[in-house]
Design a protein around this ligand. Sequence first.
Ligand code: FAD
Ligand code: NAD
Length: 468
Amino acid sequence: MSTYDVAVIGSGPGGYVAAIRCAQLGLKTAIIEKYSTMGGTCLNVGCIPSKALLDSSHHYEDALKHFEDHGIEIPGEVKLNLEKMMGRKATVVEQTTKGIAFLMDKNKINTYEGVGSFKDKTHINIASAEGEDVTIEAKHTIIATGSKPSSLPFIDLDKERIITSTEALKLKEVPKHMLVIGGGVIGLELGQVYKRLGAEVTVIEYMDRIIPTMDAAQSKELAKVMKKQKVKFALSHKVTAVENTGDEVVIKATDKKGKEVEFKGDYCLVSVGRKPFTDGLEADNAGIKINDRKQVEVNEHLQTNVENIYAIGDVIKGAMLAHKAEEEGVFVAETIAGQKPHIDYNLIPGVVYTWPEVASVGKTEEQLKEDRVEYASGQFPMRALGRSRASGDIDGFVKILTNKETDEVLGVHMVGARVADLIAEAVVAMEFRASAEDIARMSHAHPTYAEAVKEAALAATGDRALHV
Ligand code: FAD
Ligand code: NAD
C-alpha cells in the first residue's frame, strides 16, 4: 500500500494548489480526482469556460454594434458560429486542465483517478470508473471536494430546457428567450453571454436587487447598464413553479404585491447558488462532522473535528470563489508543515465578469451602516476619465469607503471596464492598511482606468477630485 504525508481529495483550485504547496514543502503528496481531467469546477465547468464565452460573446457584440463607432465597417453580415465559439471554449479548457496535470507531474505529486472515500481516519479507498479499487494511507488528508449547483425543491432539473450553469456552458443553440432564476453572479454572467448572442433574457430575482451581497450602488449601476443592454429584470419575485411543457418552459412566480405572474421562455437557467459536495466521501467512516448546511465543519485552522483531516474551498463555509479556495489550499499545506499562515477573509475580492465588470473588496456601505462605523465615501465616475472616453467604456464608478476618523480604507467598490484587474490595487492598499490619502498621493499613469481609483481616494479625503 502506498503511504503519503498528505492526500488531497479533489483537484479544483483548492485541491491542486494545496497539493503543489505540500510538495513544495517536501511533503509526499497524492491527489485524487474522480473525473479524467484535473481542475475541478473552476477549470472544467466554471471560471474558465464562462470567461472564454464572455470574451467571445463580447467580441461578437462589438463587431455587431460597436465597431461602427470606431469607423470600422464590415462588408456583409456579421455571423455567429456558435459551434466554433463553443469549440474554442473547449480548447481553452483542455489547455488549462492539461496545464494542471503537467504541474502535478512537475511537482512529483501522485495522481489517482477515481472517487476517494474514507475507510477510516488514515486510509482512503479510490474507486476507479473501471471498478478497480486502490487503498492508500495518508498521515494527513485535505478534503477539497467542492460544490455542485443547487436548485429549488420543486424544480425538476431536466438539463435539456431547465438547466444549470454546466449545461448553459455548452448549449447547441442560442435560446430565443432564456429565463434566468437568480440574479447573482452566474445568472448575470451567463445571461449576458446569451443576450449578446441574440437571446431575449429575463432575470427573475427573489431579492429587491441583483448581486444582493455586493454594495447597493453596484447593484443599481449594473442593473441600469444591463437594462440598457435590453436584459429584463423581475426583482422581488418568488418563483413557485417551473415546468417544461415540451418546447417551452413556464415559470410561475409571485411579485412583491403577492400577485401571481407567469414567464415563458425556451430555456430556464437555474442559478440560485451552489451547495457543498460530499457525496461518496464516506466522511462518517472517519468520524468527520458535516453540518446542517452540508458543509464540512472546520475550525480556524481549517481542521475538521478529526485532527489529521482538513477541508478547504467550496465544501466549507465562506465565499465560493476559486481564489478563496486557493488561499485555503496554501494555508492548510503550510499548517501541516508546521508553519503559522494567515488569511484575511475581509480582503478576498469579489468580481462579476459582466461588461462593465463589477469588483469589490472589504466592507460595503450597507455593512458599515449596520456595524455603526463612522465612514466617509468618495466616488468617481468612469465617464470623467480620458481613458474611458477613448475606449467608449463610460459606464461605472469607483467608490472608496474610509474610516471617517483615521482615513483608513475600509471598502472599495467598482463598476467599469477592467475593474476585475483594478481591484488588485485596492487589495494591496488595504493589506498595507493604507489611508485614502496614501492612494490619493500615488502617481497613477495617464490615461488609465486606474486614475478613477486615485480620483475616488481624493474625493474620499474631502472634495478634492480633480476631474469632476
Ligand atoms: P471544485 O472546483 O468544485 O473541485 C472539486 C473537485 O473535487 C472536482 O473536480 C470533483 O470532481 C472532485 N471530487 C469531489 N468529490 C470527490 C471524491 N470523493 N473523490 C475524488 N474527487 C472528488 N470563482 C471565481 O473565483 N471566479 C470565477 O470567475 C468563477 N466563475 C464561476 C463560473 C461558474 C459557471 C461556476 C459554476 C463557478 C464559478 N466560480 C468562480 C466558482 C469556482 O468555480 C469555485 O469557487 C471553485 O471551483 C471551488 O474550488 P474547490 O477546489 O473548492 O472545488
Ligand atoms: P449567487 O449566490 O451569486 O446568486 C444566487 C442568486 O439567486 C441570489 O441573488 C439570490 O438572491 C437568488 N435566489 C436565491 N433563491 C432564489 C429564488 N428562489 N428565486 C429567485 N432568486 C433566488 O449564486 P450563483 O450565481 O448560482 O453562483 C454560485 C456560486 O458560484 C457563487 O457563490 C459565486 O461566488 C460562484 N461564482 C463566482 C463567479 C465569479 O467569481 N465571477 C462566477 C460564477 C459563480
